[in-house]
Design a protein. Structure first.
Length: 517
């Protein structure tokens, strides 16, 4: 993985030092200061802009606070620090400098004077790693090709952003979803300031993949975020990925016990490096169980207690939605575990968002019934398909169904395959085609034709709420009565009806049994 490491550090500013020194400076003046970025290839770029006060010292594990007005000038030519996280050779952001002081965003805008649609990207990473420093999220190509303003944000992760300490100390009641609050205040900053960077504050789309997609859907249900965006693109991650307060509180107690901590006062004065080591120690005791331990806590305050239920009753009304999944999400895990197809039945209970805290009896019963109708699948891939359907595709489509009763909804299946043997249409395979950048672990040379089609479609939706454009066939809206799904790959775009309805009907009971009665 030396290549990835080198790429990550070489791309620290998305531009070489030599080219940066020769680049033209571009400035944007706001009530929080003047930001001096650079121009490259007709694209104005600002990096590392703080959107909230640093969450350090007394602000550790506190809700993010607005910046104070300022007349200062800020250098916006270098990325801000990545959120604190474990090093992961498949996550380039984790290889960059890290800090608690990580609440920054990046902006790209084409060099024109018209107010442009704004696309705010929330990175994924399971709420434990990732960030906006990943070269795959460089927004220059997208901004230049379709005259949109692209924003990418950082937010707090793992124990710093999603550990629920509320039972240990009620003063930290929102610690289980601070990362979402970071995202919300970032959106508020964008709404207030983006016109100074060429964006239209009344035409903001939030988009994200994986944990970023989950965040996007959860934010649609959060009353405090109403009005900050009018469109959403949710790529592979839905509104059932959250934790209940009792479950997330157990992890916080275990964190304290494993590390011998007594109260929050001790943690508040501890160096971040020691907390990071304590987080790693907890992870080593949990193995697979850490996969979704840091999903946001839904306690009925910032998030409703059942976000998916609230979505079914119109919580996202006022936001047009484009959403979908890849065809074979879980194949991405083969990058970490070569024997994943063999072990997935064993580890699935720790991955599934519905039965995460249960004995998985219901999941086993579901599989026993489901596989009777899918014996045509190879035996070694049958359970993987079940897990993909239950965890990803059915949950995503149900959210589309629920939301379609209240606002415009479009649904897709991304079936482009990776050239890497075995990965197929894996999780994150869509990202290189959205940003127009290679993802060296799964798609080093993305199809130029498919990049143009995906970018034209995503930006058309961001601009108008309709993905219609001249490069693709007609995309019909998704409704419960007319389940239209656009299948996307480099061979063809086909808008199909009832593409996955059989699986949806077989497995939707798993979600509906977990909704409030």
């Amino acid at each position: 993985m030396t290549t990835l490491t080198t790429l990550a550090f070489a791309a620290t500013n998305f531009i070489s030092d030599e080219n940066l020194s020769a680049a033209k400076i571009c400035s944007a003046r706001t009530r929080y200061g003047t930001y001096n970025g650079f121009m490259k290839g007709g694209v104005r770029t600002w990096l590392g802009i703080a959107y909230a006060k640093p969450p350090v010292g007394n602000l550790r594990w506190r809700a993010p606070e607005k910046l104070e007005p300022s007349t200062a000038e800020f250098d916006a030519k270098k990325l801000g620090a990545s959120p604190i996280q474990d090093r992961d050779e498949l996550e380039p952001t984790s290889l960059l400098p890290q800090s608690e002081d990580c609440l920054t965003l990046n902006i790209w805008a084409h060099n024109s004077t018209t107010r442009k649609p704004v696309m705010v990207f929330i990175p994924g990473g399971g709420f434990v790693n990732g960030g906006n420093g990943d070269p795959a999220y460089n927004g220059a190509n997208l901004a230049k090709a379709h005259d949109v303003v692209v924003v990418t944000i950082n937010y707090r992760l793992n124990i710093f952003g999603f550990m629920n300490f509320a039972e240990i100390d009620p003063a930290f009641e929102d610690s289980g979803y601070l990362g979402l609050k970071d995202q919300a205040i970032a959106l508020a900053w964008v709404k207030e300031n983006i016109e100074h960077f060429g964006g239209d504050p009344d035409n903001i789309t939030v988009f994200g993949e994986s944990a970023g997609s989950i965040s996007t859907m959860l934010l649609m249900t959060a009353p405090a975020v109403n009005g900050l965006f009018t469109k959403a693109i949710a790529q592979s991650g839905h509104a059932a990925f959250y934790q209940e307060p009792d479950d997330s509180a157990k992890l916080a107690r275990l964190f304290m016990d494993v590390n011998g901590y007594s109260d929050m006062r001790e943690l508040m004065t501890m160096p971040a490096t020691e907390l990071e080591a304590a987080y790693e120690k907890l992870a080593y005791t949990r193995a697979w169980e850490t996969e979704f331990d840091y999903m946001p806590t839904a306690d009925g305050k910032f998030l409703p207690k059942s976000p998916m239920y609230e979505l079914s009753y119109g919580a996202g009304k006022g936001v047009k939605l484009l959403t979908g999944t890849t065809a074979e999400e879980y194949r991405y895990w083969l990058l970490y575990f070569k024997d994943f197809l063999k072990i997935v039945p064993k580890v699935h209970p720790t991955l599934n968002p519905l039965f995460y805290a249960d004995e998985f009896t219901e999941g086993k019963e579901l599989y026993a019934a489901w596989q009777k109708n899918h014996m045509d699948l190879p035996a070694d891939e049958r359970y993987l398909e079940f897990a993909d359907q239950l965890d990803w595709r059915v949950g995503q489509e149900l959210c589309a169904e629920y939301h379609s009763a209240f606002d415009t909804t479009y649904y897709y299946l991304f079936s482009q395959t990776s050239p890497v043997e075995g990965l197929g249409s894996c999780h994150a395979i869509d990202l290189p085609f959205v940003f127009g950048n290679p993802a060296h672990d799964i798609e080093a040379k993305p199809s130029a034709k498919l990049i143009k089609q995906v970018q034209a479609t995503w930006t058309a939706f961001a601009a108008t709420g309709d993905p219609k454009n001249e490069l693709i066939p007609q995309w019909h809206r998704y409704t419960a009565d007319d389940r239209r799904t656009m299948e996307i790959n480099s061979k063809a775009w086909v808008c199909r009806k009832d593409l996955n309805t059989a699986n949806l009907n077989e497995l939707r009971v798993a979600y509906e049994n977990h909704l409030p009665q």
